[in-house]
Design a protein around this ligand. Structure first.
Ligand SMILES: *Cc1c(COP(=O)(O)O)cnc(C)c1O
Length: 357
């Protein structure tokens, strides 16, 4: 182990989940976590892997008051041959630094972060589930910890990585989800923090999700915050539309999170010799395509669900039923290819995965 990263071992290990079919998402945590501190003048220091446990903070710590916080989400996969794989993890650390920049958090060393993650996952590899479509969810995050109520960028931070064995996102399989187009609340505007993975974007969107659940919809589709007509993204997923003759996803215009799954979907489709348009697209255009019988598939993309087919899309009083309750051809192909690469079932010709060893 690199001497840059200390390892504080414990003999007090937890019991691993007995039934891997009942893991759920994000509620079980492993024995260890990665920590690193930042202090003004010293930079990031004391990278270490320590027993998982509470972090003690001053009640005046900036993260509690002004939401100076960023996070990431990725997974470790156990392949059939026992190999442990990560999917494009360097992209997560690159994006973490993009988020850091927006939130005035000092950049981390991406190489050290990747090295630390690989060491942590290696120590915790027995926690990676082996049942179908289950994985070890990885949550890196940074919080501002300076104890000071004055509004300014903190002079102290903690970077942490925690691991959570998690079951398949949709335990019943790849069923189409119902979403509605949100026309009251907005998530983000250009110039805001929409492109950064930061807790505040979620805090402000919870109310829309609660209201959607009350109406038996699983998530909302956000429109742009200014004109309320351009499609942006879904909760924690980017969105794609398969129109007759064109695959479209909203362009990254500053208010949308640049998903790594989104990027992979675009690259995959192009590698199959098809076109993907990254452009602005209005909800009216989608609505018209639906009327003309040209809205063939709609799907979300994100690390958690990989590809999530949308079966019902509601806008104002109009309910659009897409794909007859079934997953579309392209959605299925993308899902099979992405999960195939992630779980090492098919050859990774893109160089997207790395083995943890
Ligand atoms: C994380 C996230 C996504 C998906 O990004 P991936 O890198 O594909 O997991 C999409 N939208 C939002 C708001 C997110 O936070």
């Amino acid at each position: 182990m690199s001497d840059k990263i200390k390892f504080i071992e414990t003999s007090n290990l937890k019991q691993k989940p007995v039934d891997e079919n009942k893991l759920g998402f994000g509620s079980i945590f492993t024995d260890y976590m990665f920590l690193m501190d930042y202090d003004e003048g010293m930079g990031w220091h004391d990278a270490r892997i320590v027993p998982y446990g509470p972090i003690s903070l001053d009640p005046a710590a900036a993260c509690f008051h002004y939401a100076q916080e960023v996070f990431e989400g990725l997974k470790a996969y156990r392949a059939e041959d026992g190999k442990i794989l990560l999917f494009r993890p360097w992209e997560n650390f690159k994006r973490l630094n993009e988020s850091n920049k927006r939130l005035c958090i000092p950049a981390i060393d991406e190489e050290l972060a990747l090295e630390g993650l690989i060491k942590l996952v290696n120590i915790e590899k027995d926690w990676i589930p082996s049942v179908e479509n289950a994985s070890l969810y990885i949550r890196p995050f940074i919080i501002a910890t300076e104890a000071k109520l004055g509004v300014k960028a903190s002079s102290k931070y903690i970077y942490a990585v925690i691991l959570s064995p998690s079951g398949p996102y949709y335990p019943e399989g790849l069923n189409p989800v119902k979403i509605y187009v949100e026309d009251n609340y907005v998530r983000s505007v250009k110039g805001g923090t929409g492109f950064a993975k930061t807790g505040g974007n979620y805090a402000c969107s919870l109310i829309a999700q609660e209201e959607a659940h009350e109406q038996n919809y699983s998530q909302v589709l956000w429109l742009d915050g200014v004109e309320r007509k351009y499609i942006e993204e879904v909760g924690a997923m980017n969105i794609f539309f398969v129109l007759d003759g064109e695959v479209v996803t909203p362009s990254l215009c500053g208010s949308i999170l640049p998903g790594i799954t989104r990027k992979s979907v675009v690259e995959l489709i192009k590698s199959w010799g098809m076109n993907v348009s990254e452009r602005r697209i209005t909800i009216d255009e989608i609505s018209k395509a639906y009327d003309d019988g040209k809205l063939l598939e709609v799907f979300g993309s994100g690390t958690a669900a990989v590809i999530s087919p949308v079966g019902t899309l509601k806008y104002e009083d109009k309910v659009m039923e897409i794909g007859g309750g079934k997953i579309g051809q392209l959605s299925q192909k993308l899902y099979d290819t992405l999960t195939g690469i992630q779980w090492g079932k098919i050859e990774d010709t893109f160089g997207w995965t790395i083995e943890v060893k």
